[in-house]
Design a protein around this ligand. Structure first.
Ligand code: 4NP
Length: 164
């Protein structure tokens, strides 16, 4: 047995409101992990840096285009990220650079996890951020789902190696 292999990995997706991008990432990644048979070894959650939407279901447009691609995110409820999340999660993954900067301010000294841009795990994508679709049109939401699907595949590859 490889003693370096992790038994369990905990992943937190973070955006601004926790009603569009990060719940979509949670729903897509949950499905990928389930298909890979890794649900007992990978824990998944999402949160927002802002507090405006705490307790709310995902934006109707995010729900609609996630559902259209096969992901039911209707049961998710928004929450705000907290400093304690860093002790709970191994990966804290930001949707855009501002989310990352906000999280860097909260990161406790000595924390051993990975705080990074979610799309940074993809070796070939030329976009590094999942753009905020909140004030955009329906196409913006469709593109969010597509980008997140690509990011989720790359993230799963990375985590698989660590799980051994
Ligand atoms: P999210 O999108 O960060 O992907 O959930 C947003 C949702 C709400 C707001 C901004 C972005 N807002 O300003 O209320």
């Amino acid at each position: 047995m490889n003693s370096d292999a992790l038994q369990k990995v905990r992943v937190l997706f973070v955006c601004l409101g926790n009603i569009c991008r990060s719940p979509t990432a949670e729903g897509v990644f949950r499905e990928r992990v389930k298909q890979a048979g890794l649900d007992s070894r990978i824990e998944i959650d999402s949160a927002g840096t802002g507090d405006w939407h705490i307790g709310r279901a995902p934006d109707k447009r995010a729900q609609k285009f996630a559902a259209r691609a096969g992901y039911d995110i209707s049961d998710l409820r928004a929450r705000q990220v907290s400093g304690q999340d860093f002790s709970r999660f191994d990966y804290v993954l930001a949707m855009d650079g501002q989310n990352l900067a906000d999280l860097q301010q909260m990161q406790p000294a000595g924390w051993q996890g990975s705080l990074a841009l979610f799309l940074g795990f993809h070796p070939e994508l030329d976009v590094r951020e999942v753009p905020d679709p909140y004030t955009g049109d329906e196409q913006a939401f469709i593109e969010v789902v597509e980008l997140i699907e690509r990011g989720a595949d790359a993230l799963l590859e990375d985590i698989r190696k660590k799980l051994g």
